[in-house]
Design a binder for this molecule. Structure first.
Ligand SMILES: Nc1nc2c(c(=O)[nH]1)N[C@H]1C(S)=C(S)[C@@H](COP(=O)(O)OP(=O)(O)OC[C@H]3O[C@@H](n4cnc5c(=O)[nH]c(N)nc54)[C@H](O)[C@@H]3O)O[C@H]1N2
Ligand SMILES: Nc1nc2c(c(=O)[nH]1)N[C@H]1C(S)=C(S)[C@@H](COP(=O)(O)OP(=O)(O)OC[C@H]3O[C@@H](n4cnc5c(=O)[nH]c(N)nc54)[C@H](O)[C@@H]3O)O[C@H]1N2
Ligand code: SF4
Ligand SMILES: [Mo]
Length: 726
């Protein structure tokens, strides 16, 4: 089909407003498009258009609750800076509105000519954990099987790559084992570098419903909102979590507080691990973590005393130069105490974005569709036959990771880049370098809901995308639950769903034939379902979107033939893992010291993370709601301990300059004891934060270590006023 004809197809623009199947003035069920909690939201329609929403009371995830972002999810679709038409940069560097035909011609012409001159591998893509599975899979299949692109990765590398690798190595498959009921059923919850009060507020509400008088242990250098609820707050020295868990393991072993049966039936490598951790004496670990020996001992005792211990980690473990081994240090403690597979237990990675879990299975970047392995010829054959393509078209290796793609641009191996639903020029580590790298590209395409993100401004071509609420598909939340998202609004002007954009590009690139059947998200869902057959994530028992919705979402796995199943299910209740031996592995390695220790010149450790429940990442979306904007400081702020402030003569609410070896930013001071002396905290939502961060990576997961680097802070002598502007 010609691109021109395809453009006229009603399905491409989805001009029929919302699908006719929805009651024009009733309500319809969808799931939230921000965080990985995956709350159910009921959208209220007027004349077929979503005008308001309320959290769904009967949805098993959120039970009628939502955080401010969820409540405001529709508002941000109306923003005046929505990308409404393709924009092409002219010779004088100005954007000119063009129609889709010109945009597609330009996209294909420029990328194909780069591929012709420098090889097919010279074009790469960077995508996201925030588009539905069907769109991710389309992008991954189109680029890898259709366009001959070899390297593509996503912002998920910034987010949960470490958890993926840690699970794969330990369990044989990337399988977060829990269900949210575990928040309520656990009698001891440990949160490691995780601030659910802010980052996963509705998961935290589930913790608040826990009726087992749980011990809540929070391991975080800061006294976060979550730490304030802790029965034990371990204000650990940055990046010493691995030592802490080795120390705890040693205490458990020395006291015989081990689940021998679980260890011998379901694990490998315990004896080697026990020998290894014997060096991690309480005094050594106290020295390395800055904790008191009693705190470490009490932590171990609590794990022993309590019957159902769950261990939850989020970004700090993942975003580290030693993330994989830190995650496994936590997994090891759960394994040795038999805290896996039973209600209220688990070594549980909480992921971040609404569909980060979907990207783990279907982005076709690190894994071949459905959690398969590119290197495995049988897997390639299986997927090729499901997609009805030649197996030769499937590469036998995975892609370069995000950082390798960025390095590839520096080395001129990558000359064309397509960025979909992520804001690299704000969120990638060490921004001065990152922007310099993006500047070197011959052709940069950015596909986003908004035309003025930091990355879109650097683009040669901007493709206007529909957002959540304007398209259909499925998301997978942190507890492996598929949820269906609905189209309840028409995307503005010429903006198209990412799905439609991929269809058009397939056609224009000359590989439309390969995707002839990929004409609706639900058809693609059926293909993806087949791709999971006989894998640990098998969802062949899920008939269609309707069944997902009728069940309040469906967790993987659900194999064909299974008709009776619980709404909340966890993995490994049989003690069997996906490794060749069927046993989980103890994995360990000596911890490394801080990648950039403080020095006389840069005496503070900078921690970064989420600032408030109302801010989302680079704020392209959340800053478009007047309600959300009232709930957080508009100006960048830095949390500083009052004792440090006194020494430096810095006052509250004063502009200061924070500098690292790589860059500097301005921020307002917030004096608070929630950060320890010698540490600073700046939320990631402000553009300047990643001017400071240091581009170091975990050797196994290649995830950037955003959470600690050395900085200094000084008064901003240039500033006269310290008034906040709103
Ligand atoms: N409101 C809101 N919610 C979000 C997001 C958002 O942007 N806004 N983003 C979503 C995404 S994608 C993600 S990945 C998650 C992130 O969710 P979280 O990981 O829970 O959030 P962060 O604030 O990034 O980091 C958590 C904590 O790690 C602590 N920390 C720093 N260094 C160390 C250390 O060395 N050891 C330990 N133990 N702790 C340390 C920080 O003080 C911080 O409180 O949030 C998701 N939810
Ligand atoms: N210093 C520091 N930096 C960090 C972190 C940290 O803790 N500290 N955390 C890291 C983590 S965990 C993450 S996940 C990243 C997040 O970093 P990013 O992915 O860069 O952040 P977002 O603002 O979510 O960017 C998503 C973009 O997609 C657009 N968008 C939204 N929906 C759609 C859609 O449906 N289609 C299309 N085409 N576009 C859409 C939005 O407008 C936005 O521009 O940041 C990382 N950076
Ligand atoms: S907790 Fe997450 S999924 Fe739930 S409403 Fe808030 S942002 Fe949406
Ligand atoms: Mo993330």
């Amino acid at each position: 089909m010609l691109t021109r004809e395809l453009l006229r197809e009603p399905g491409i623009h989805g001009l029929g407003q919302v699908p006719a199947s929805l009651a024009p003035n009733g309500t319809t069920q969808t799931v939230c498009g921000y965080c990985s909690t995956g709350c159910g939201l009921r959208v209220h329609l007027q004349d077929n258009v979503g005008i308001n929403l309320t959290p769904t009371t009967e949805y098993p995830v959120n039970l009628g609750m939502a955080c401010p972002k969820g409540w405001e999810a529709l508002t941000v679709l109306d923003a005046p800076n929505r990308a409404t038409t393709p924009l092409l940069k002219n010779a004088s560097g100005e954007f000119v509105a063009v129609d889709w035909e010109v945009a597609l011609r330009e996209f294909t012409g420029r990328f194909q000519s780069i591929q012709k001159d420098y090889g097919t591998e010279s074009v790469a893509f960077l995508s996201t954990g925030q588009i539905p599975c069907e769109e991710m899979a389309f992008l991954g299949a189109l680029t890898k099987f259709g366009m001959g692109i070899k390297h593509g990765d996503g912002n998920t590398r910034q987010c949960m790559a470490t958890a993926v690798v840690a699970y794969k190595q330990a369990f044989g498959f990337d399988a977060p084992p829990y269900t949210y009921a575990d928040f309520e059923e656990s009698d001891c919850l440990t949160f490691v570098g995780s601030n659910p009060c802010i980052a996963h507020p509705i998961m935290w509400e589930r913790v608040m419903r826990n009726g087992c008088s749980p011990e809540i242990i929070v391991v975080d250098p800061r006294s976060t909102e979550t730490a304030m609820y802790a029965t034990q707050h371990l204000a650990i020295a940055p990046k010493s979590d691995q030592s802490l868990f080795y120390g705890v393991a040693r205490i458990l072993i020395r006291n015989g507080w081990i689940d021998q049966k679980f260890v011998s039936d379901s694990t490998d490598g315990f004896n080697e691990f026990a020998t290894f951790v014997d060096d991690y004496t309480v005094s050594r670990v106290a020295g390395e973590t800055g904790l008191k020996p009693e705190q470490i001992e009490r932590f171990a005792e609590t794990i022993h005393e309590r019957k159902r211990c769950s261990f939850w980690w989020t970004m700090v473990v993942n975003q580290s130069y030693q993330g994989v081994r830190t995650a496994q240090a936590i997994i090891n403690v759960a394994l040795m105490t038999g805290n896996l597979g039973r209600p209220g237990t688990g070594a549980n990675s909480i992921t971040g974005q609404c569909n980060a879990m979907g990207s783990r299975l279907f982005s076709n970047t690190t894994n071949l569709l459905g959690g398969h392995d590119f290197a495995n010829a049988e897997h390639r054959k299986k997927v090729a036959s499901i997609l009805n393509i030649d197996a030769e078209r499937i590469p036998s290796e995975g892609s370069w990771a995000y950082n390798e793609i960025m390095e590839g641009i520096l080395k001129k191996k990558i000359r064309g880049l397509w960025v979909i639903c992520t804001n690299t020029a704000h969120s990638w580590i060490n921004q001065n370098l990152a922007r310099d790298i993006l500047d070197r590209l011959d052709f940069l395409v950015v596909q986003d809901m908004y035309h003025d993100t930091e990355t879109a401004q650097m683009a040669d071509l901007v493709l206007p995308a529909a957002g959540w609420g304007e398209k259909e598909g499925t998301f997978v939340n942190s507890e492996r639950r598929f949820g269906v998202i609905k189209k309840v609004r028409r995307a503005p002007v010429q903006a198209l769903s990412d799905f439609s954009i991929f269809r058009l590009i397939a056609e224009s690139y000359g590989c439309g034939e390969m995707f002839a059947n990929w004409d609706s998200p639900e058809k693609v869902f059926q293909l993806l379902k087949e791709c999971t057959r006989d894998m640990p994530c098998d969802i062949t028992g899920t008939a269609d979107y309707e069944m997902i919705e009728a069940n309040g979402g469906i967790q993987w796995p659900l194999s064909e033939g299974v008709t009776e199943f619980d709404q909340e299910r966890r993995l490994f209740s049989d003690g069997k893992f996906s490794t060749p031996s069927g046993r989980a592995k103890f994995l360990f390695e000596p911890p490394k010291s801080l990648s950039e220790p403080v020095s006389e010149k840069y005496p503070f450790v900078l921690l970064t993370g989420r600032g408030s429940a109302s801010q989302w990442h680079t704020q392209t979306r959340s800053s478009r709601s007047a309600v959300l904007k009232k709930l957080y400081p508009i100006d960048p702020f830095v949390e500083l301990n009052p004792s440090d402030a006194r020494q430096l003569g810095i006052r509250p609410n004063e502009w200061v300059i924070i500098e690292s070896q790589r860059g500097r930013m301005r921020a307002m001071t917030l004096l608070t004891r929630s950060v320890s002396a010698g540490q600073l905290f700046i939320p990631m939502h402000y553009e300047g934060t990643n001017q400071l961060t240091d581009a170091v990576f975990d050797p196994y997961s290649k995830q950037p270590s955003y959470k600690s680097c050395a900085v200094r802070i000084s008064k901003d002598s240039s500033s006269t006023a310290s008034a906040r502007q709103n």
